[in-house]
Write a protein that binds this ligand. Structure first.
Ligand SMILES: [Zn+2]
Length: 281
């Protein structure tokens, strides 16, 4: 806590700001200079912030594991408005997700969730509900049976889509407004379900995707979606990513998603299966 304005910092040259305290989840980290690191976090009270942890790479003992990925921590930092770096003075681990850290498959799922938040959520736009949902999702990726990881990730991504304001319409046909929609499909461009009559005019996913998305929105248990085929699972994952890309106006090309895909391929070939089963977001 003994930071002083005279300590010749490049990052906090102007104002001496009061420290704030919040719970935080690390989204991404990168080195800064010889010994420091920038830690991009999602905090419960201040949203996404870019923290600078000085000296963390030379022993860094005072922060312990609190600024590592897959941990919920309590952090104290000097919040700097805008996109500047905020100096972190204290960090304490509150909850560590050890199974995620020790298991590449769990880690790959959790990484997709965190990378999406990093890429799509604006800086310093606090949303405590999102924070709590991230924390819950991490707990799920940490402790759930492996076959539930995939639906847990879909469910988190749909929550994120909704909370970013891109909620797809899942009940009424987005083209003609018809209330009962069976047998049509889903259009990412139009942002929702399309009835059978309007479907030929443009939908990129079939009715099974709609049924699954409805189940996810209704809060279906992940265990009820264990048996979803690889093919349908891939489509659900793609429909969610495409919705995000459509609204964000950019291709996401997630690094974490590439890892997840390669794990999936490795597993399929190890188990001698064709492209028909398991894992996807
Ligand atoms: Zn219609």
């Amino acid at each position: 806590m003994a930071w002083r304005a005279s300590s010749s910092s490049d990052y906090l040259e102007e104002e001496m700001v009061a420290p704030v305290k919040s719970r935080a989840i690390v989204l991404r980290r990168y080195p800064l200079g010889e010994t420091s690191r920038v830690v991009v976090c999602y905090t419960r009270d201040h949203g996404k912030v870019r923290l600078i942890a000085k000296g963390i790479r030379k022993g860094g003992g005072r922060f312990g594991a609190a600024l590592d990925p897959f941990v919920v921590s309590g952090v104290v930092f000097y919040l700097r408005r805008g996109r500047g770096l905020s100096l972190v003075s204290q960090a304490e681990t509150e909850r560590e997700f050890r199974s995620i850290r020790g298991d590449i498959v769990r880690q790959a799922h959790a990484a997709v969730a965190l990378e999406l938040v990093d890429r799509l959520v604006a800086d310093q736009a606090p949303d405590p509900v999102l924070f709590d949902r991230m924390s819950e999702a991490l707990a799920g990726f940490d402790a759930s049976p492996e076959e539930d990881l995939r639906p847990l990730l879909w469910s988190f991504v749909l929550f994120l889509v909704d909370s970013l304001g891109y909620a797809p319409e899942l009940e009424k046909c987005v083209m003609c407004g018809r209330e009962t929609v069976e047998g049509g499909g889903f259009s990412t461009e139009s942002g929702g379900v399309v009835c059978a009559e309007c479907a030929p005019a443009g939908c990129d996913f079939g009715p099974d995707v709609v049924t699954l998305l409805r189940g996810l929105r209704a809060g279906a248990e992940p265990s009820s979606m264990r048996d979803v085929s690889d093919g349908l699972g891939d489509e659900v994952g793609r429909s969610l990513v495409r919705l995000l890309e459509h609204h964000a106006g950019q291709r996401l090309d997630l690094r974490s998603k590439a890892v997840l895909e390669s794990l999936k391929r490795a597993r399929r070939s190890r188990e001698g299966r064709g492209p028909d089963q398991e894992e996807e977001n």
